[in-house]
Write a protein that binds this ligand. Structure first.
Ligand code: 13P
Length: 340
C-alpha cells in the first residue's frame, strides 16, 4: 500500500471549504428521484442529468470529489468526452460506489447486509484504471426498540473494514459509510446510543483488519431525532450530541468526517454542519458528502429540460456555497435568502 498516495488524495478532498458531492445513486434510486419530476430513467436521461451537475461552472471551488455510480464512471457526455474529464478540468477527484447494494441478513429480523466483497478486488483494479481515486461502501442500520441487532452491527462492521483494507491495498481511499437510518419515531438519545455502538464496532474491526486510519474517510449519519419522533431536537442539540458520540468513538487519526444527509432537508443539513463546526476545537475536518441535500433543489429546478440547465446548476451551486461556508463555520441563514 502506498500511504503517500492515500494521504495526498485525502489532503485534496479535505481542503478547507470543500466537500464531496454524492451523485452515485443506483439505477433503482435515481429512478425514484426522476419519478418526482415525471422523467423516465434511461441511460441518456441519467447522462443528461449528471452532465448538467458535473459541468456546473466553478463547482471545483466547493466540491473536491464526486462519488459516481459505475455507469457514470465510464460514460460520455452528449458531445463525446468522458464525464470524468469534466471533473478533472475543475480539479475534482472522481470516486466510485463499489458496494452492490443490500441483501437480507439471514436469520435476522428483516435487517440487511451489504454485498459486493467477492468481486471487489477485480473491480477496484478496473475503476482505478478509469480514474477513480476513492471509493464508497454503505451499510445501513434500522432503529427500533430492539434493533439494530448485534448480528447486524458485527456483520456490517466486518464488511466495512474488509472493504476498506482492500481499497487501501490498491491505493484507493475508502469512504466508510455506516448509516444509521433516521426512519422511525425514536428519540435523539436512542440515535446517539445506536450510533455509538455502530461506530465502536466499525473502529474495532478497522483495527483488526489493520486499516490505516490516516488513509480513510468516515461518512456517518448525524445524531438526530427519528423523522417521525414528536419531539425534534434542536440544531444545537444535534451538534453537541453528534460531537459527543464521535469524541467517544472516532479516533483522532481519522483526518476527515464527511457526513451523509440521510433525508434531512437541504437547509437542515447545512445548519447542522455549521453548528458542529462552530463548536470549534475538533480533531477532525468536518465536511459534507451529501446526495439529496446538495441535489434536491437542483433536480427540481432542472426538471428534465435542457432549457433549465442554468437554473439547475445555479441551484446546485447555491447549496455547495452554503455547505462550503458551513465547513468553514461561516454559514449564516442570509446566504439562503432568495436574492432574485
Ligand atoms: P444522502 O446525502 O442523500 O443521504 O446520500 C449520501 C449517500 O451517499 C448515501 O449513500
Amino acid at each position: 500500500m502506498s500511504t503517500t498516495e492515500l494521504q495526498s488524495t485525502i489532503a485534496a478532498i479535505a481542503k478547507a471549504g470543500k466537500g464531496i458531492l454524492a451523485a452515485d445513486e443506483s439505477t433503482a434510486t435515481i429512478k425514484k428521484r426522476f419519478d418526482t419530476i415525471n422523467l423516465e430513467s434511461t441511460e441518456s436521461s441519467r447522462r443528461d442529468y449528471r452532465e448538467m451537475l458535473l459541468s456546473t461552472k466553478n463547482l471545483g471551488e466547493y466540491i473536491s470529489g464526486v462519488i459516481l455510480f459505475e455507469e457514470t464512471l465510464g460514460q460520455k457526455t452528449a458531445s463525446g468526452s468522458l464525464m470524468t474529464e469534466l471533473l478533472k478540468q475543475q480539479g475534482i477527484i472522481p470516486g466510485i460506489k463499489v458496494d452492490l447494494g443490500l441483501i437480507p441478513l439471514i436469520n435476522s429480523d428483516n435487517e440487511q447486509a451489504t454485498r459486493g466483497l467477492d468481486t471487489l478486488v477485480e473491480r477496484l483494479t478496473k475503476y482505478k484504471e478509469q480514474g477513480a481515486l476513492f471509493a464508497k461502501w454503505r451499510s445501513v442500520y434500522n432503529i427500533t426498540d430492539t434493533l439494530p441487532s448485534q448480528q447486524s452491527i458485527a456483520t456490517n462492521a466486518s464488511l466495512l473494514a474488509r472493504y476498506a483494507a482492500a481499497c487501501q491495498a490498491q491505493g484507493i481511499v475508502p469512504i466508510v459509510e455506516p448509516e444509521v437510518l433516521m426512519d422511525g419515531d425514536h428519540t435523539i438519545e436512542r440515535c446517539a446510543e445506536v450510533t455509538k455502538q455502530v461506530l465502536q464496532a466499525v473502529f474495532a474491526e478497522i483495527k483488526l483488519h489493520k486499516v490505516s486510519l490516516a488513509g480513510m474517510i468516515l461518512k456517518p449519519n448525524m445524531v438526530i431525532s427519528g423523522a417521525s419522533c414528536t419531539t425534534q431536537a434542536s440544531t444545537d442539540q444535534v451538534a453537541r450530541m453528534t460531537i459527543d458520540v464521535f469524541k467517544q468513538t472516532v479516533p483522532t487519526e481519522v483526518p476527515t468526517i464527511n457526513f451523509l444527509s440521510g433525508g434531512q432537508s437541504d437547509i437542515q443539513a447545512t445548519e447542522n454542519l455549521q453548528a458542529m463546526n462552530a463548536l470549534g476545537d475538533l480533531p477532525w475536518n468536518l465536511s459534507y458528502s451529501y446526495g439529496r441535500a446538495l441535489q434536491a433543489p437542483s433536480i427540481q429546478a432542472w426538471h428534465g429540460s435542457s432549457d433549465n440547465i442554468a437554473a439547475g446548476q445555479e441551484a446546485l451551486l447555491t447549496r455547495c456555497k452554503a455547505n462550503s461556508a458551513a465547513n468553514l463555520g461561516t454559514y449564516t441563514s442570509d446566504m439562503d435568502k432568495v436574492t432574485h
